[in-house]
Design a protein around this ligand. Sequence first.
Ligand code: PMP
Length: 296
Amino acid sequence: MYYNDNTVIYLNGEWIKARDAKADLFSQTLHYGYGVFEGLRSYATPDGPHIFKARRHFKRLLESSKKLRLNIPYTVAELVELSYQLLRKNNLNDTYIRPLVYGGQNMALHPSKQVNFMMAAWEWEKYHRTEHLDVEISDYRRPSPLSCHIDAKLVGQYTSAILASAAARAKGFDEALLLDADGYIAQGPGANFFYEKDEVLYTPPEGNILPGITRAIIMDYARELGYKVEEKLSKPSELHKADAAFFTGTATEVAGIRSIDGKRFKVEWEDSIGYSLFLMYRQRVVNKEIQDFTLV
Ligand code: PMP
């Protein structure tokens, strides 16, 4: 599904066939989850594929790498160029792009000296198949910011995300919503969270979340449309009074939430602020946002 016999990936300075690529079974990342990654999307436009917010994503990748002392020898501009080459080599337009920084052989608990960098792309539908997600508040919590750099895209952190998502799906929900270590609403397993109440948009502040690029864009769009956006800590009980809610993320884009823990929101997704933002997002990603278009 992610590659076929013709798929080309970038690995440590070379373009190679995905089927010929090898990873070391003694990689520190495989054993301990010590690595970082990014997720970007490209959209087909009349002038060819456009990678949405490419610079911001690669900047975050380099920042995440630095936090883990897994530095890679590339600049943001070089990574942007490589990602466009990747699309050209695979003749891809609408895709998801995955750069991954992972350690070499090292079973000791200090950062691997060898650092690997790979980048692949594949066609990936919008992450959720429905626009009306039934969500459960998970018993699993977001890792504490005191335990690791949870504001970076760290490989190992996704264990709790997968556990929360699997538990929710096993009970018939579409997705999980994780609280932070103090019991405040944090985010989805791989997406940020917003809720609406009386025409105001609320989202958890930075600290216990991954500060998503889509989250920042959606806050800008909402303000552009004249809505008030507040970053605030909320307890799950406050959701019972909310009008509507949605997730945001590169893979998720903007996905409406119909119910939380079986309780349906008052306002239908199509009548919510989130839906207007979803339409605005879709329109802007395919029309290339001016800012990134001129920079890239
Ligand atoms: N939280 C987590 C844990 C994620 O993996 C993602 C997806 N990268 C997000 C939030 C959303 O971030 P972004 O909008 O930058 O894709």
